[in-house]
Write a protein that binds this ligand. Sequence first.
Ligand code: SF4
Length: 863
Amino acid sequence: MKPTDFLPLTRRPSRYLGNEINACHKDWNEAGLRVALVFPDLYEIGMSHLGLHILYHIINEIPWALADRAYCPDVDLEKLLRSEKVPLWGLESRRPLSDFDILAITLPYELCYTNILTILDLAGIPIRAEKRNNPIWPIILGGGSCAVNPEPIADFFDAVLVGDGEEALPEIAGLVKNWRKTGGDKNEILTGLSRVDGVYVPGFYRPRYEKDGSFAALEPRRPEAGLIKRRTVSDLEKAPFPSRPLVPYTQIVHDRMGIEIARGCTHGCRFCQAGITYRPVRERSPQKVFSLLEQALAASGWEELSLLSLSTGDYGCLLPLLITLMDRYTPENVAVSLPSLRVGTLNPEIMKQIQRVRKTGFTLAPEAGSERLRRVINKGITEHDLIDTATQAYKLGWSNIKLYFMTGLPTETVADVLEIARLARKVLASGGKRGRKVTVSAGTFVPKPHTPFQWERQLNVRESGDRLELLRSNLKGRDLHYRWHNPFQSFLEGVFSRGDRRLTGILCRAWRMGARLDAWNDHLRPDLYRKAALEEDIELEKYIKAIDTKAPLPWGHILTGVSNKYLLDEREKSRKEIYTPDCRHGECQACGVCDFRNIRPVVHEKEKVRASSHTQSSSHQIIQSPNHPVTYHLTFSKLGEARFLGHLELVHALHRAARRAHIPVAYSRGFHPKPRFSFGQPIPLGTESLAEQFAITLTGYMKPGLLKNLLGEAMPRGIIIRSAEPVGPKTSLKIPELVRYLISVPGVTASQMKCSVEKLNSTAEWPVSRKRKGKQITTDLKQVVESLQLIAEKDVEDGRITPWSWPEDAKYDELPFFDLTLRSIARFNLKPAEVIGSIMGLSGEMIKMLRILKLGFSIPKSP
Ligand code: SF4
């Protein structure tokens, strides 16, 4: 089977198409180096990860290099690939992952580790690096947030990049390309990689343990094996950013245009790993952010943008940037979201700007309920700040405030947990009137490597469950909502974040027993990890115990730049509740990261942002009579792989295509303005069509030919605009009376098909039993089928079906076809696949494999 053959059989197949808007598709044979960027979780998570988009852009900008992508397949596709023995492929090239030169695997969080095994195994690549000595295998390279302690997964990787990838990845790519060209052995490339700053080659080190089982040291096996210093991009202003970002069809978790306005946060929260490992603060200038957004939004058509950083509220020029963005994009109904806001950074002016277009969610993270505990963790916010911000937010129209907390922070008591509930009620009360809500989200504190709390103990699963339950029982009440993070997931996160190489065996065993997609609650199997730990004779709980501050650490060879002394001092200060100020605006706190030549804080303050005249919307140039809305009816075809776009995906794709084409679409009024599109009856997923229709209302008159051409050029592959006709102010589309389809049935003969036609035509009734909304209903198929006949090769040659333009990729070798006309009766709503499945007695799988083309429809004549 080819990769595309799986598409009809999988859930949400648009995830595996690889032809998203702005996908590169470089020539495989021309490329001197092929890199597969792999995200070890489902597509909807991986496509939301900005880092992968940046690296995709960087590699594809290199003339001799090709970047493709792969994500962890969902369990249904994994099962199919295994049963058909088809290796996992790169989405765009559709080449097996084992054909690539480098698999660059992102390490975003610990709960994706078993997915790495799924991906390597499905690709047919040996899982352990020691089994890949033959240079035919791709170099397996890791990188990302978890690279600061790669030990639990070190045995799977040839090399791990620690720190920023923008400069290091092209260096690595160049080395691997030259190595491939000269035909050297594996040892040669590993030695070369170990000399690249920030690259760790795990095979060059050997762990040693004490007799009591504690970690003793990571000993070098080779002279090249030294300490690994994190790579840091000194100037974010010059760092590449995708000007033509990939735009997915399916809805992803962060379905918007994200731009990194700053990297690093020096606020100094003592539990926060990113606050240490991404130091110092490096801001992009607001002018640069604006110009990057202009390009990226024009090329993508996103309807929402998000300003990303570890603490967006701390960005030096947030207000001028927001004002410029709002002035520029409010008329185009582009929403702006700021996902990570810190209490104390939000002033009423900023909040007023955010709510100008759409009130996206309002989330605050006090982390701890009591003032005392917030001092311990150096959160630096008071209850007064929090209540003040919440009151402002409610006043400005937000109705639901989300609050994030952690339980199990060092020194936490039961009283601190109860303080969370009290604080949540106080926030709710600050809303003043009914209808206001507070949603509390709580998780368990995980002591992370390289933080001042890296030596602390973590609550075990039972303790964590007890505290979360205590919180739940105290959060009862109208308009108070509660969500908590699964304690076992936090436990696993704690085990693997501070783990060593002995955990590799547990991972492999749990995965072989079926552990998959552990970050998803509905897939997590704690029993498998417990069993694997027993079989490996390893006590998982020992990894969440307190660590002596003098003990060697499994991640001790990775240097983030922050000194151990600083971490210990911060730990000490936490016990004394002493505040450490943010170095961004004031005194250096001597954490050790900056050399103040190349690496130093970069903060932009009091800078203006100009929106130059050419950046203004070009919509007005193509409209002839603005402010007099006109509705157009358009017809289009949906062919080839576009048939795997579901109805909602298609709707989104059309909205974004209209934005990319600068079509001046009219919007509805009200709180959430929506573009004025309306659609005919949705066709089932997997069905091609020559006869789809939708209506669009523009803010004025536009030549229909121009509308057809502009929109047509911006459409996803396989969507072809056939006609556009102005119809006045009305938007409604007529409901078809009859719909005609051609249907081929793989694996059956013409005589079997003929037999089915005769059987149906000779019977008076054909009851079909189906489940709809949980109820069993029976429909008489004869009432729905207007006609059914067989078209064999001869009929095509005779020209019997020429009135319909034949889709390019529908081949004659798929003949014979059923020629089926259905009456469009809403209460029956029988799909063509159900009709053919019933009359031929097909299995569910065979029904999915039917190739169906909607040829056309007829509209009832007006009385
Ligand atoms: S070295 Fe000083 S200025 Fe640089 S990040 Fe650390 S505390 Fe801040």
